[in-house]
Write a protein that binds this ligand. Structure first.
Ligand code: UGA
Length: 463
């Protein structure tokens, strides 16, 4: 494949911040023949990476790390001075949310300053690429200021500076990095942009995707616009789902399929559910709202996107209540904790919002997830119980709520619920089951306007 051309051995990049984005980017670039040094201040993390073991779950990543380390194309270090041996440094440190929704730039500032100190003595051109998600103006403001002060050089001739947002999805990050739909480069000067394009040309060869060259602020905004659009698309379909659920015989899946055929709408990202989670959508929309409000414009749409998402968890609990009556002292099995399948990540997961509401209503929660229990334990400790498999979670339960669309959960049959539960009340928040098959049980699904078999009522009365 052109992607793995050997010419690229001449290029050398460093990546500062070996979190999810940094590590996936490092492993991918190295696997494509680019000599890559991953840098992180966390020694334990660096040690683990050196052994070819990713400190996070991402398909293909471990194998890629091992191969690249063995081939001497990837090295990990906690010493940022090794960045001087490369000619391009990507900043991929985190930008966590603060109380007011704005992003915390302390990691970006520290990394930029440390890098600048290293570059002070370096001879020759060096390009700094901001890949961390930062609000418009950050690169040309804070980053540029910190970099110029610490390096004693001006961004322009000897020091390049540009923005290059990432669009990786957890679970498919490696594939996304190998086959991006676009590359966005925000730069003040042609030299920086050209340098980065050259690197990507080496890496992607004939498979280079469309490259959008723009100013830093526009590139920074592209990332937020992308996530805000995707999150809004989900809140949109969840809104339609909530309307559909009130109409017996209507399934939001049919509506999504039909509207998705219009190319202006598109069929992807129209799966109704319990609301979006993950480390980015909520954080990025909050940052965008905060940024915009500080500039004197209130983005009502994005506030509604977030509010709709928040309420969706209450709707899930409301559906359980309609099936069960009071939830007080009821045993509720929550199947799935991760914010989506094939990950152990529970950050901002809708399962956490649902569990918190269930606890408020006095329910006993027993949860099962094939991967996310260790992370959930760290956060919820013994506030809930944990099961080793779906069947033991269902045992004696008054209600089951499907929160993540894991294959092994989606494969469960109506008879499994019937066999193990005290009363088979099922809230299918991910719409993984066939309503027909489950019609003999007390079953309610997001966006499916059923006539409730147990109560003989249309779902309009379930809400
Ligand atoms: C998201 C974006 O999709 C990436 O493009 C972006 O790079 C990334 O955030 C980021 O900013 O780093 P990710 O958080 O991995 O990626 O997760 P998604 O696959 O987008 O799913 C987000 C949430 O939306 C999940 O909870 C998922 O279950 C939910 N979702 C997704 C739906 O409820 N319905 C859908 O149709 C699609």
């Amino acid at each position: 494949m052109a992607v793995f051309s050997l010419k690229s051995k001449l290029a050398a990049v460093s990546i500062v911040g070996l979190g999810y984005v940094g590590l996936c980017t490092a492993a991918t670039l190295a696997s494509g023949g680019i000599r890559t040094i991953g840098i992180d201040i966390d020694e334990a993390r660096v040690d683990q990476i050196r052994k070819g073991k990713a400190p996070l779950h991402e398909p293909q990543l471990d194998a890629m790390l091992k191969r690249s380390i063995r081939n001497k194309l990837l090295a990990a270090s906690n010493d940022i001075s090794s960045a001087a041996d490369t000619d391009t440094t990507f900043l991929t440190v985190g930008t966590p949310s603060q109380q007011d929704g704005s992003i915390d730039l302390s990691y970006v500032k520290n990394a930029t300053e440390d890098l600048g100190n290293v570059l002070r003595e370096k001879r020759g051109y060096h390009l700094v690429v901001v890949k961390s998600t930062v609000v418009p103006g950050t690169t040309n403001g804070t980053v540029k200021r910190f970099l110029e002060q610490s390096s004693g050089k001006n961004a322009g001739s000897e020091l390049g500076l540009c923005v290059n947002p990432e669009f990786l999805k957890e679970g498919t990050a490696i594939n996304d990095a190998l086959h991006p739909d676009k590359i966005v480069i925000g730069s003040n000067d042609k030299k920086s942009a050209d340098h980065l394009i050259r690197l990507y040309k080496r890496f992607y060869g004939k498979e280079l995707p469309p490259v959008i060259i723009t100013g830093p602020e526009a590139a920074e905004l592209v990332k937020y616009a992308s996530n805000a659009f995707l999150a809004t698309k989900i809140s949109f379909i969840n809104t339609i789902a909530n309307i559909a659920q009130q109409i017996p015989g209507v399934d939001v899946g049919t509506i999504a399929k039909a509207i998705g055929l219009d190319p202006r709408i598109g069929g992807l990202f129209l799966k109704a559910g319990p609301g979006y989670g993950g480390s980015c959508f909520h954080k990025d929309i909050q940052a965008l709202i905060n940024y915009s409000q500080n500039n004197g414009y209130d983005p009502t749409l994005f506030r509604a996107t977030e509010e709709t998402n928040e309420q969706q968890a209450n709707r899930v609990v409301g559906m359980a209540e309609t099936l069960l009556g009071s939830l007080s002292n009821k045993r509720v099995a929550v199947l799935g904790l991760a914010f989506k399948k094939d990950t152990d990540d529970i950050r901002e997961a809708s399962s956490l919002r649902v569990i918190s509401q269930l606890k408020k209503e006095g329910a006993h929660v027993i949860a099962y997830d094939p991967m996310a229990i260790p992370n959930t334990r760290k956060q919820l400790a013994d506030q809930i119980s944990y099961a080793d498999n779906p069947r033991s979670a269902l045992k004696g339960a008054d209600c089951a709520i499907i929160m993540t669309e894991w294959d092994e959960i989606a494969k469960l049959k109506a008879k499994d619920f019937q066999a193990y539960m005290k009363t088979p009340n099922i809230v299918d928040a991910r719409r993984v089951y066939d309503p027909e098959e489950f019609s003999q049980l007390s079953y309610a699904a997001i966006g499916v306007g059923l006539v409730n078999p147990r109560q003989g009522k249309p779902n309009s009365e379930l809400s």
